[in-house]
Design a protein around this ligand. Structure first.
Ligand SMILES: [Zn+2]
Length: 290
């Protein structure tokens, strides 16, 4: 409804200049924008809908954002209620869009997931964090390559991702511990791929704060695992991780779920690969891998 009203009234802001000239892909957030940029090369303009430093879960869209979505030549997004405002905007427009979770093998959401705002009926949402598994990210790259008819560029990216997968496989093969204590449950696919066990302090969404009782349970679980590191993230407050770490006398370290880059990370040229390699180094240190 809102999107229709906006597109009908959308000529009052004096920004109708570049419409129609070159085609644009709108990517819902950083990992999809990175893949789209790598695959399209400089043949297509790629816009990331989630601004730097902003956490993409439940992204809110401005009127301008909605118009960007409606006018896009192609929108790349993840469904499963990851960004409901975007799904709503797509529902009420006829912009061509691909839900890149569509043909992936998905894991169930976590038990701790809060049930407040279920989106689109009773069905339980699946875990959307597929980009943290390099091999599922290969499938995303190849799907984008097929869609844009840029299969060679996509297979170059896939090759790099397969090399990254091998680095993770080798780097995490022989470790003292295998549990990964994270703030929100973003690392389920990575844990599955490399045979780690994720212990998440909150649910699938970063802002889902645990109740005191849940917190007590998670502290107990972390203690049982003998974990020595509690990871926190770049885009979310470290308060919860620090609380748990203090309780179990563990240290804290950063593990980046790559939901977005901060302006500082962009400034120093970080990208998917450099962040994933920093994650691998942090994991190897925390888990005492040889
Ligand atoms: Zn997340």
């Amino acid at each position: 409804m809102i999107a229709l009203a906006l597109s009908a009234a959308g000529c009052g802001e004096g920004s109708s200049d570049d419409a129609g000239s070159d085609s644009a892909i709108v990517a819902a957030f950083y990992p999809l924008a990175f893949a789209a940029e790598r695959v399209s090369g400089d043949t297509t303009r790629v816009r990331n809908l989630t601004p730097p430093g902003v956490e993409p879960h439940d992204l809110e869209l401005s009127a301008r954002d909605v118009r960007t979505v409606v006018d896009a030549d192609l929108v790349l997004y993840l469904g499963q209620g990851f960004q409901p405002a975007l799904e709503d905007a797509l529902d009420s427009s006829d912009a061509p869009a691909i839900d890149l979770l569509d043909d992936l093998d998905l894991l169930a959401g976590t038990e701790e997931e809060h049930e407040g705002e279920s989106h689109g009926g009773e069905e339980e949402a699946r875990d959307p964090h597929v980009w943290l598994d390099p091999m599922r990210y290969v499938a995303i790259a190849e799907r984008i390559g097929a869609e844009l008819d840029r299969r060679d560029a996509a297979s170059d990216l896939s090759e790099e991702l397969r090399a990254l997968d091998r680095e993770f496989r080798n780097g995490l093969a022989d470790c003292e511990r295998r549990e990964l204590v994270t703030s929100h449950a973003a690392f389920g696919y990575l844990a599955e791929r490399y045979d780690l066990e994720q212990v998440a302090l909150s649910g699938l969404e970063p802002e889902a704060e645990p109740t005191p009782r849940e917190l007590e349970e998670v502290v107990e679980e972390v203690r049982e695992h003998g974990a020595t590191t509690v990871f926190f993230e770049t885009l979310v407050s470290p308060r919860l991780a620090e609380t748990v770490a203090r309780e179990v006398e563990a240290r804290t370290a950063t593990l980046n779920p790559l939901e977005g880059l901060t302006p500082e990370e962009i400034e120093r040229g970080a990208d998917y690969f450099s962040v994933m390699r920093a994650n691998l180094a942090a994991l190897r240190e925390a888990l005492e891998c040889r």
